[in-house]
Design a protein around this ligand. Structure first.
Ligand code: GRF
Length: 191
């Protein structure tokens, strides 16, 4: 069996993409294990779910202290867990250039748009406002700039005439759950 990469997920919220990454990691031919789920939000529901699965979790709050100190704690937890690659999944904080440099080429993110379109927030409302007939999600390598690194995988869904941002988000999210594990496995196989 191919050796598996030790992956940590960083999240800030519900963690549905993290759950799909964990589920897919249980396939015999998966290229990775989720060894840590970490968050900037101690109350993130994703942490509770991961702990319930027996996965190690870590939370550090950035409130009221320098970013370097907060990120230093995350970095130490990642290294203590022997993490080799970080998968951002709804992590709502921009990583500092120093952190990105320390993990260069080893941080992935999933973004709910067909990058380079609609970096940042409110991607679904912006796609609808633009009259797009196709939307989707992208997995990309993380660089210093927001939602900007090389795209390693994309998936498309149709935009329906009566879509709201919420109905489109729900359709894209289902596609995200298939995309992220496939892109991660593909990325690790190609290395
Ligand atoms: C997803 O739409 C992801 O693309 C974006 O944030 C959302 C996270 O959702 N980066 P979840 O926490 O994985 O359910």
């Amino acid at each position: 069996m191919a050796e598996r990469t030790r992956v940590a997920v960083l999240l800030s919220g519900r963690g549905s993409n993290m759950q799909s990454l964990v589920a897919a990691s249980r396939a015999p031919d998966a290229r990775y294990d989720i060894v840590l789920v970490a968050s900037d939000k101690p109350e993130a529901p994703g942490l509770t779910w991961a702990a319930g699965q027996g996965i190690a979790t870590f939370a550090a709050s950035p409130k009221g202290r320098p970013k370097a100190e907060f990120e230093g704690e995350i970095d130490a937890a990642l290294r203590a867990a022997g993490v080799e690659l970080i998968a951002l999944a709804g992590y709502m904080r921009l990583l500092s250039p120093a952190f990105v440099a320390a993990w260069a080429g080893r941080i992935l993110n999933i973004h709910p748009s067909l990058l380079p379109k609609y970096k940042g927030l409110d991607t679904h409302a912006r796609a609808i406002a633009a009259g797009d007939t196709v939307a989707g999600a992208s997995v990309h390598l993380v660089t210093e700039a927001l939602d900007d690194g090389p795209v390693i995988g994309q998936t498309q869904v149709p935009v329906m005439a009566d879509d709201t941002a919420d109905t489109l988000a729900a359709r894209v999210l289902v596609a995200e759950h298939a995309l992220y594990p496939a892109a991660l496995n593909g990325f690790l196989s190609a290395r």
